[in-house]
Design a protein around this ligand. Sequence first.
Ligand SMILES: *[C@@H]1O[C@H](CO)[C@@H](O)[C@H](O)[C@H]1NC(C)=O
Ligand SMILES: *[C@@H]1O[C@H](CO)[C@@H](O)[C@H](O)[C@H]1NC(C)=O
Ligand SMILES: *[C@@H]1O[C@H](CO)[C@@H](O)[C@H](O)[C@H]1NC(C)=O
Ligand SMILES: *[C@@H]1O[C@H](CO)[C@@H](O)[C@H](O)[C@H]1NC(C)=O
Ligand SMILES: *[C@@H]1O[C@H](CO)[C@@H](O)[C@H](O)[C@H]1NC(C)=O
Ligand SMILES: *[C@@H]1O[C@H](CO)[C@@H](O)[C@H](O)[C@H]1NC(C)=O
Ligand SMILES: *[C@@H]1O[C@H](CO)[C@@H](O)[C@H](O)[C@H]1NC(C)=O
Ligand SMILES: [Zn+2]
Length: 924
Amino acid sequence: MGKGFHISKTVGIVGIVLGAGALATIIALSVVYSQEKSKNENEVQPPDATTSAPTATPSNEPWDQWRLPQTLSPQTYNVTLWPRLKPDPTGLYIFTGMSSVAFRCEEKTNLILIHSNKLNMTKQPTLTALGSKPAPTIESIVMHTKTQYMAIHLKDELAAGESYELYTEFIGELADDLGGFYRSEYNESGVKKVVATTQMQPTDARKAFPCFDEPAMKAVFYITLYHDPATIALSNGVFTSDEQVSDGTLVTRTTFAPTEVMSTYLLAFIVSDFGFIEQNTDKLQIRIFARQEAINAGQGEYALNVTGPILKFFEKYYNVPYPLPKSDQIALPDFNAGAMENWGLITYRETALLYDEEISSNGNKESIVTIIAHELAHQWFGNLVTLRWWNDLWLNEGFASYVEYLGADDAEPDWNVKDLIVLNDVHRVFAIDALASSHPLSFKEEEIQRPEQINEVFDTISYSKGASVLRMLSDFLTETVFTQGLQTYLDYFKFSNTVYTDLWHHLQLAVNGTGTSLPKSVQEIMDRWVLQMGFPVVTINTTTGQITQEHFLLDPESKPDRTSEFKYVKKYFERKKKGYFFYGLLDTLNVDEWVLANINVTGYYRVNYDNDNWQRLLNALQNSRQSIPVINRAQLIDDAFNLAKAGIIETTLALRTTLFLNSETEYMPWEAALDNLDYFYLMFDRTEVYGPMQVSLLLSNIYSLYSCLCICRYNQINALRVACSTGNEDCKTLITGWFEQLMANPNVNLIKANLRSTVYCSAIAAGGEEEWNFAWEMFENATIASEKDKLRAAMACATEPWLLNRYLKYTLDPEKIRKQDATSTIISIASNVVGQPLAWDFVRANWEYGGGSFSFSNLINGVTKRFSTQFELQQLIQFRDDNTHIGFGSGTLAIEQSIERTNANIKWVEKNQEAVLEWFKKPS
Ligand SMILES: *[C@@H]1O[C@H](CO)[C@@H](O)[C@H](O)[C@H]1NC(C)=O
Ligand SMILES: *[C@@H]1O[C@H](CO)[C@@H](O)[C@H](O)[C@H]1NC(C)=O
Ligand SMILES: *[C@@H]1O[C@H](CO)[C@@H](O)[C@H](O)[C@H]1NC(C)=O
Ligand SMILES: *[C@@H]1O[C@H](CO)[C@@H](O)[C@H](O)[C@H]1NC(C)=O
Ligand SMILES: *[C@@H]1O[C@H](CO)[C@@H](O)[C@H](O)[C@H]1NC(C)=O
Ligand SMILES: *[C@@H]1O[C@H](CO)[C@@H](O)[C@H](O)[C@H]1NC(C)=O
Ligand SMILES: *[C@@H]1O[C@H](CO)[C@@H](O)[C@H](O)[C@H]1NC(C)=O
Ligand SMILES: [Zn+2]
């Protein structure tokens, strides 16, 4: 109750008002949707029609389609793979394999289309019948590299209702390309070691063995791995047996129990000499794997401690037992994403799983528990029940990104982890979803076809907007009803596939089960958030009592090509007049009473007020900030800064929302302010505003906060970071002193784990070549991934251009900077004011070369986020035009978003520079 709006306690009749707040809001924000829908249906072009390569002779042959025909459906696979962890005489790392797939013929056909990418067949594939009718003979086999199929043409037809088995033998490269079956390398005690591991999602299982590689083509998998006797093999199923066989040398052949019915993208095969720790209960085996050094140092312990409790939490939350007999989690030295939820064998980047009491920070620990909760949540939602196609990815990722906070909160109840969704997801995605080049959560199935389109769907909108709107829905239905619907959904669809509206249906059943009814169906309510892009700004005018809303666009002059309308539905307006809403109430407000909407930011919208109410809120922040919930103290700052960016309120009003921070001790409001002030730094650190900003009261006060050690989980870090970067001399002296001590005696690092990122960065910024080289040596020596990451980011803080240029070159050399880290290193360099132009030149010079190895959209957004001049805009447009022949792959949308953001920045700087300069000279 009372979650949509919050009114200061002096206002009477609160009860009546609040009862309907959340409900009224969510509906109020509805669109008259049918219009929008019919518009979309008339739109012929998919989002990136430009790259859909119209072929000269369009072909309708099945092998030219990106989707498999529905003629065959796989039942079981029997896959045997043998990765070689030593190069062959030509220096190539390879794996060999044999696979048979039993499938049922659903419709008669003389064609077997099966995915296969970069595999060479070493033997003629064979087809056998599993029923009484003989199998047709194979006429020809054609590999289609573009659509990644092996097409097997048959002399006669397969018969509907009959089952057949296709057998293949093949060889593939075990490349260091982070996709499919790939290799990861690391050094241990001076010895180079190789791990064979996999990343199948979304479309790379076909790079490990021929398969029907679509999420709805679920099957049972029998897996066998050959490997060196000194190594261990892991897969999704539990180990059943191993035996030594001789193939000239002795090899171990490990077999695994058949999997449950599952999708190909969730498979995993790993061969390594890793160590592990485990925890066994009668029904479940939990293990954490990592490099032996890391396991021996106890770095897996935290993950092992939290996994059992989180699994228990989700069993209760979903009301479905954990579906498998074991849960393995493994930290890999080379891993592209943060983690991957392979069923029963979850893979992680080292920093996402390994924790060291001495060296990791609290922030590291928190992201570890959150990522673990995210992946464990998928073991049911995503793995047991799987979305039918990638166009609905947002539901899978949005859901896990929402409940990860619930799981983490259960494991670490003292941390207020749940609140952080507002900073980490809601505020973050607002910044992107406010662009005219944003996109709706949901795509149509036919809009997402090719692998690069599928990859592009894994973006902030899917994760963070998905999480935000599901949190809103859960809040609005109440958690009891939400989980009730979720539970029947999982039970009904287990081991099969769904579309997102199936969840709405089950939530509706749960709503109906309560005997109450919503004014609109779950689906109608959610369509507004799912089928159109963007979000509204709700304006509450306390002088007139009027409430209005419109699509919030950061650049009010931008023209979205998909329109989003946010309108009150007339009917509910009328209900408000009957006192159901606070419409009438506002007329009676006294001047010293404030109104605050969107309590705890459970709603996916921003709020603006009339000037008088803003003043009253500012007073409340100054004089009685405890009367405003902490999340809303952060919200007021973030909303104000963004409304100012969009030209809706004055920038000085936004700046004034930060004045109360002098007495604020909570993390969230500070973080919201610093996030927004970062924008000021980006825009102004090359201008005359920089000086006054540096000496402003607000920022210098932050240093005094440093002495407040009570709440210092993060604030101490923020305090030190800002104080040193604003040139506070005490701070600089303190930090360089610490770093000098470390350089004098590298074996004894006394710098506290939580402060290391900041200390390293500040010391390297203040230092020169010697400090940088020392940091590089520490980076190379470090055996703990989180320590390596801190050093890697800190080295980007250097202020000498030649050091930064040399560092940029290192990102092209995987011996120096792992491929998985290249993009984030370049982005770190670009966020340094000295490094920005260097990184931009570097990206432009290497775009062609960079080809497939960088994650494009992050890279483009990262290196251009400071752009705020006409000159930079021209360069960006030139860059786009110059490279149309190479294309931008999964960064296509990011280029457009960067151009739009640069335009908005240019206008904002022109409009605000003077006022901001004045304000920082004399804040009021
Ligand atoms: C808002 O969030 C806080 C936690 O930060 C919680 O204690 C409070 O109950 C929430 N308020 C509402 C109205 O849900
Ligand atoms: C899988 O294939 C291997 C090798 O071809 C064979 O030995 C084994 O029996 C097969 N397993 C199943 C379950 O068919
Ligand atoms: C597969 O065949 C191609 C073309 O002959 C060759 O270049 C490639 O090296 C082969 N791959 C492997 C792993 O043998
Ligand atoms: C894991 O749990 C054990 C037993 O409760 C505890 O002693 C240990 O400190 C925990 N380790 C970590 C890293 O949290
Ligand atoms: C829920 O109840 C409404 C109104 O009685 C009905 O129209 C709708 O079909 C029900 N929905 C489900 C999923 O049972
Ligand atoms: C609120 O209403 C008053 C009176 O109509 C108007 O002058 C003012 O501009 C409105 N403020 C906002 C923020 O809409
Ligand atoms: C790195 O390791 C080498 C060899 O163990 C050692 O001599 C050197 O002092 C280490 N450097 C740093 C900065 O830790
Ligand atoms: Zn996920």
